[in-house]
Design a protein around this ligand. Structure first.
Ligand SMILES: [Zn+2]
Length: 237
């Protein structure tokens, strides 16, 4: 099967077949074919990168930019600058805003666009994702492998972070993933309904240390993007 089915090689190194001719007798595998193999492995473990059905076809083009002009512009710009940001500590995005603002559409649109460009991305809706990491009866090899992929994939989208504060175990897993990605400078995209300044607080307003560590990593790793609509905000004042 060809590495790239429709548009040819994203690296413009091969003719789209996944093979590069070194000379008339020798071919070697193109980077795009290597990427494709990595994605196949991810898809097997996460079933189509873990992208929920309703988000599979979401594109940035399909987003009504007038709804959230600033966030929309930033999303487009992020895709443009993705490879250039790769070597930097801050190379992720954290989209913060209430439900119904389109932040998940934007996030999945970014990821779908980058997958098209051969980025090996893994997506998880956080509560389900954490569930999939739980050791199951009969061994936890698959859970361990999933965790490993979340720590090392080119790009990870964590959708709906903070919706549930989760158990100590879940919070620890989240931190492991974020920290590993931080150390390796791997980009992470996050969506959340919870403003970052509230994420580390419990219901009594006390700081939860485990979440404080997570928030601090997010701030180091991600550009924070408010997706609440400027007009909407103005209206509130
Ligand atoms: Zn190629």
């Amino acid at each position: 099967m060809a590495a790239s089915t429709t548009k040819g090689c994203p690296y413009e190194r091969c003719d789209g077949s996944g093979w590069v001719y070194v000379d008339s007798n020798t071919v070697r595998e193109c980077q795009c074919k290597k990427d494709w193999r990595k994605r196949t492995r991810i898809e097997k473990l996460f079933s189509v990168s873990g992208i929920p059905k309703r988000y599979r076809d979401r594109t940035l083009k399909g987003f009504n930019g007038e709804r959230q002009p600033a966030a929309y512009k930033s999303a487009l710009r992020y895709v443009e600058r993705y490879r250039e940001l790769a070597g930097e500590n801050k190379n992720g995005l954290c989209l913060v805003g209430p439900t119904g603002t389109g932040k998940s559409h934007l996030a999945f649109g970014i990821v779908n666009e980058l997958i098209k460009q051969s980025v090996a991305a893994v997506v998880g809706v956080v509560p389900d994702l954490l569930d999939s990491l739980r050791p199951k009866e009969g061994g936890n090899a698959a859970a361990e492998e999933r965790l490993e992929i979340l720590k090392t994939a080119d790009l990870v989208l964590l959708d709906d972070l903070g919706a549930e504060r989760g158990s100590d175990w879940a919070v620890e897993r989240l931190y492991l993933i974020l920290n590993a990605r931080y150390v390796e400078q791997l980009p992470t995209i996050i969506t959340t309904n919870v403003p970052l300044e509230n994420m580390e607080l419990d219901e009594y307003g006390n700081t939860m240390l485990a979440w404080e560590r997570i928030v601090s990593r997010i701030k180091e790793m991600c550009y924070v993007l408010a997706v609440d609509g400027e007009d909407y905000r103005r209206g509130m004042r």
